[in-house]
Structure formats: structure tokens, C-alpha cells
Design a protein around this ligand. Structure first.
Ligand code: EPZ
Length: 416
């Protein structure tokens, strides 16, 4: 069992480069199934989740080859219409294969994604969209099967602006007959990136990044070359790390417009944030003011940054209120932070954080990807040594996380 071991107390300095966005590259890799001709994704982060979705599409008949720092994906022929449990169990985002597979072949049989630590993660809105596009959906024996000889454009209202449902429906609708309108669509930058990628393949999608997305179905999509947006959550994670540890760091390869809520909260907590062109410079002495957070769909404060901000607020000089409105169970990091001396009270979807003078290092475990990042951040400032286990969660979404923090001066190692 590999672990991360951190000796707290070091401030951070230097420059760190953000990798391409995990939550953009995953749907983009799935969307490559729509084309018979090769697609080139210029730079792809080396993440466990990327490896999982690549093995899932290879299982279906895609050929995935390393091309420099990127991937070349060719699927001249789809050999299977089924994504088995082993892929979906490892990563729910494998369900993003359903839309492209249905559009390309008229049949998709995907293992029903289980829930995960942060919530039940239903897929009812994905299935509602496929139904409205004319697919016949059957569920049973742990599988969901969708069939449609020809998908037909439709008007689809999403009860919740689900990122995955918006992406899955957009991919299916891109090759439906006629027009599709997705209302109350998710507006995340990763949805926009997927839409831009599909349009380079010949799709005709307008409005991504707003609540109403219009898709004009086309007969065929062809391969293209594409470079993915930087990972706004990785960027926010490093900014929160500097806020807690103190120091002066340039976080490079950032589209600051994608993390305005995070920059606002960092400023409210008293750190100096300079929004450069393509980078953000942050400096502080580790002293933090309390601030309140309420997670919302984009452009609100991102739920994927809630654990990291909590790791900051546990050391702020006062009381902060954090409300998680997106997922029903995204507070597993609370008990682990309390083992380090944090004072946090949970009531339903809200936690009250009483800032403390200092945290003490402890043995803690990552319960999900962002919780692992939050515990690492807390360990940077804690007195003594913090040992984090179950770090396979962190490997799912952070490329070279330990190396990048070590490069900024953190006293951190990974022990296999
Ligand atoms: C994406 O998950 C991200 N994952 C998540 O990032 C992120 O937290 C989430 O969007 C919200 O921003 C990827 O992009 C691979 P949702 P997704 O569908 O698409 C409800 C990370 O740390 N819902 O927007 O699964 C659902 O219950 C991960 O990188 C339905 O009710 O998120 C949840 O409460 C964690 N029915 C809310 O929507 C549905 O059919 C948000 O889910 C679908 C979703």
C-alpha cells in the first residue's frame, strides 16, 4: 500500500505547471469513438482514470497509441457494444461511453455504474435524454442496454444541470437526425471543451457554456487534432496548498476565468492573488481569514474544490460555514481532518469549521480524490509528520502530485 508522507512547516515557492483537465479529457476520449478516422489529442495527463477509459474503449475495438505527450485514437470498426463492470466499477465516468457508442452503432450495453463514496451518483438524466432521442432502454442483471436504429433530435430538459448527462446527451445527439435542444444544461468549462472538440470533428453544436445547447445532428464525424483545456481543479488545489503552507508561487497554465469563484474565496481568506495572463501568482504567510463557501454548479463555487477549501478554513482565524449542495455525502474528509486536530461540526449538508491555531500530523486515509488532496494540503501546514494511505484515489486525478509539491519545496515523499 503506497503512502504519502509529509513533514509539515515548509513554505512553498517557485513555479508549478498545471496538467490538461481530467474532466475534459475523459469525455473527449469517449467522444473519439464517434469517428472512424484517427483522432489526435495533443497532450493527455498520465492519470489512472485516463488509463481506465482508454482500456474501456480499446475493449470496444478502438486502437489507442501514445503520440508524444498525447494519444492517437482510431476506431475504424467497433467490435463490441458492451462495456463490462470491470471498467465502470473502477470509474463511473466510463458511463460516458454510452452516448457515443449508441450514436455510432445503435446499441450500447454498459454496466450500471455503482455509487461512490461521495454519493449515489444516479444516471436517470442520462437515460431520460437517450429515451427522448428515441432509444429503447432496458435495465437488468447489472446492465443498462440502449438500442436505437436511428436517434432522432429532441427537446431535453435536465432537472439538474448534470455535467455527465449534458456530455453524454450532446455526444449522442451529435449524430441524431434533426435538431436537439438541451435545456438547463451544465455550463462547466469541460462541457465547452467537449463541444469544441466535437465541432472540430464536424459536429454542429452551439451554446455550450450556457443553459441552452443546440445540436444539429450530422451523418458522420471525422477525426481531428485537439488540445485540452488546463485542469482548473488541479490549479485550485495548488493555490489552496500555498494559502495553507504560505509562500510565493506561480501556478502556470491556468485559464483564470475558469476559477473565478476560487480566486474570490482565496482573496477573502486574505492571500495575495495576482491574476496573470495564463498563470496565477499567489503569496501569503499562511495566516488565513475565515470565509463561507456554498458549492454550486458552474459558474458557482466548484464542489471539487470544497475539501481543499475546508483544509484551508480549519486553520483560519475564526468560524467558516461550508455548504455542499451538489453531492449528498462529500464530507468524508471531515473525520480525517479532525484526527489532525481540526474542529468541525457536520449538520446535514453544512459544516461549521472552527479555525484552530495549528494542526498536528497524523495517520489519515484518502476517501476520494479531492479528500486526498485536502489531507495533503493540511499535512503541509501540520506540525510533525502526516501519513496518507489509500492514495490510489489521488493517482486517479493528479499527475505527478508529490513531485510537483516537492518541486515547490514541500517536505513530501511517496513510499511504495
Ligand atoms: C462530474 O461528475 C465530474 N466528473 C465530478 O468530478 C464533479 O464533481 C461533478 O461533475 C460536478 O461538477 C467528471 O467530469 C468525470 P453530475 P458527474 O452529473 O458528471 C445529480 C472529480 O473529483 N445527478 O453533474 O457525475 C448527482 O446525483 C469528480 O473530478 C442526477 O441526479 O456530476 C449529483 O448530485 C468528482 N441524475 C449532481 O447531479 C443524473 O442522471 C451532480 O452530478 C446525473 C447526476
Amino acid at each position: 500500500m503506497s503512502k504519502i508522507i509529509i513533514k509539515g512547516g515548509q513554505s512553498l515557492s517557485g513555479i508549478v505547471k498545471v496538467s490538461p483537465a481530467k474532466n475534459a479529457v475523459l469525455p473527449i476520449i469517449a467522444a473519439s469513438l464517434l469517428s472512424k478516422t484517427p483522432c489526435l489529442i495533443e497532450e493527455v495527463p498520465d492519470l489512472a482514470d485516463v488509463r481506465t477509459i482508454c482500456s474501456a474503449i480499446e475493449f470496444l475495438g478502438a486502437r489507442v497509441e501514445k503520440e508524444g505527450a498525447g494519444l492517437k485514437i482510431s476506431t475504424p470498426l467497433v467490435e463490441s457494444n458492451e462495456a463490462p463492470y470491470e471498467f465502470v466499477r473502477k470509474m463511473r465516468a466510463s458511463f460516458l461511453i454510452m452516448g457515443p457508442l449508441l450514436a455510432r452503432t445503435g446499441r450500447a450495453r454498459i454496466s450500471t455504474p455503482g455509487g461512490c463514496a461521495i454519493g449515489t451518483r444516479p444516471i436517470d438524466l442520462h437515460l431520460k435524454g437517450f429515451c427522448l432521442l428515441g432509444a429503447d432502454i432496458k435495465q437488468g442483471q447489472g446492465f443498462i442496454e440502449a438500442r436505437a436504429d436511428q436517434l432522432v433530435g429532441s427537446r431535453i430538459y435536465l432537472d439538474y444541470p448534470s455535467v455527465g448527462a449534458t456530455e453524454n446527451i450532446m455526444m449522442a445527439a451529435s449524430m441524431a437526425r434533426g435538431a436537439t435542444i438541451i435545456e438547463n444544461a451544465a455550463e462547466e468549462p469541460e462541457v465547452v471543451d467537449l463541444s469544441n472538440y466535437l465541432n472540430t470533428m464536424g459536429a454542429r453544436i452551439k451554446g455550450a457554456g450556457t443553459k441552452i445547447i443546440r445540436v444539429e445532428g450530422v451523418e458522420e464525424l471525422t477525426g481531428s487534432e485537439y488540445s485540452v483545456i488546463p485542469d482548473r481543479i488541479e490549479a485550485g488545489t495548488f493555490l489552496a496548498a500555498v494559502a495553507v503552507a504560505g509562500g510565493d508561487v506561480v501556478v502556470d497554465n491556468v485559464i483564470s476565468g475558469h476559477i473565478n469563484p476560487v480566486l474570490a474565496k482565496l482573496q477573502e481568506s486574505g492571500v495575495d492573488v495576482e491574476d496573470g495572463e495564463g498563470y496565477v501568482r499567489i503569496s501569503g504567510d499562511g495566516g488565513l481569514l475565515p470565509t463561507d463557501i456554498k458549492t454550486m454548479p458552474y459558474p458557482g463555487f466548484p464542489t471539487d474544490m470544497q475539501p481543499q477549501l475546508m483544509a484551508m478554513m480549519v486553520l483560519a482565524g475564526g468560524t467558516s460555514v461550508i455548504t455542499e449542495t451538489v453531492f449528498e455525502n462529500r464530507f468524508m474528509h471531515v473525520n480525517e481532518l479532525k484526527r489532525m486536530g481540526a474542529r468541525i461540526k457536520v449538520s446535514g449538508r453544512t459544516v461549521i469549521v472552527q479555525g484552530v491555531e495549528k494542526l498536528t500530523g497524523a495517520k489519515v486515509k484518502a476517501t476520494d480524490l479531492r479528500a486526498g488532496a485536502a489531507l495533503t494540503i493540511a499535512g503541509l501546514a501540520a506540525e510533525g509528520t502526516t501519513e496518507i494511505s489509500n492514495i490510489y484515489h489521488i493517482d486517479r486525478g493528479y499527475e505527478k502530485f508529490v513531485e510537483k509539491l516537492k518541486g515547490l519545496g514541500a517536505d513530501i515523499i511517496r513510499e511504495e
